[in-house]
Design a protein around this ligand. Sequence first.
Ligand code: ATP
Ligand code: ZN
Length: 302
Amino acid sequence: MDMQTSLLDRLFETGLLIDTGIEGLYGRSGSFEEVITRFEALIDEVGGADGAEAIRFPPGMNRAYFEGSGYMKSFPQLAGTVHSFCGNELDHMHLLQCMEAGDDWTKGQEATDIVLTPAACYPLYPTVAKRGALPTEGGLFDLQSYCFRHEPSNDPARMQLFRMREYVRMGTPEQVMAFRNDWMERGKALMARVELPVEIDVANDPFFGRAGRMMKNNQRDQNLKFELLIPITSTAKPTACMSFNYHQDHFGKSWDISTADGEVAHTACVGFGLERIALALFQHHGLDVGEWPARVRATLGY
Ligand code: ATP
Ligand code: ZN
């Protein structure tokens, strides 16, 4: 049995994760959630004094915002749209007959104005753009959202619905680069406090198709994305538990976000994969939180 299925099976057996019959869609136990809550408190401890504006969006976003983000150009394979039944009574009868016959009843569903959020920061850019130019000190935001990505897998660290905690910085290139560099150091220090082994490496997003290959190379060549990796289901291929993304002026241009000086704003975001961090803690310190090393428990306030 490979390491992925074996960890997933153990998580199901202990009830930390709950099987729903769909790969990457799991229930979480109280104990699993508590680890995430406590780790988020640790994030607050590190980042709280920076004065970020906290915003919580629901896990669905305005479809027009999603369209404007260019997500479908780069990652069509991962997106999830929300569809609903919009018919009359006759259509309803047909729908039920179709279900009864075991045929595909979803064909008649129509797109709504909501798309599942692919990354916690996507709803933020158009929201901030509406406010007008950024103040001189730029913008700093604290986000957390469930995110959807259509990437079913038996690797428990690759879920279809998972939470991302993010800090997002907007401003001059110097402001956002300083933010990103700070968080790479903070990320390493934070993981050391919970005794997780990390490495940081340059990375790329899973851009789609042949054109995507060029985007991947470009992103790597320019050091636009770094990941903090921790072994979870494989020591040879550790898992990205945090990412540090410099978008240059991509979102600033797309949404017309400007700095106080009237320049196109640059943006960067730092994302914590909350489930992945919880899984890393369980994998390294054991599935029973009561047995975790005393120092790790103390850091998390147990
Ligand atoms: P990967 O390379 O593993 O697919 P990614 O580069 O696409 O991840 P980001 O888009 O940078 O990930 O997302 C921010 C963070 O969200 C990642 O660092 C990771 O911790 C977490 N994350 C991404 N995809 C998943 C997933 N399918 N399940 C759980 N966590 C995820
Ligand atoms: Zn982001």
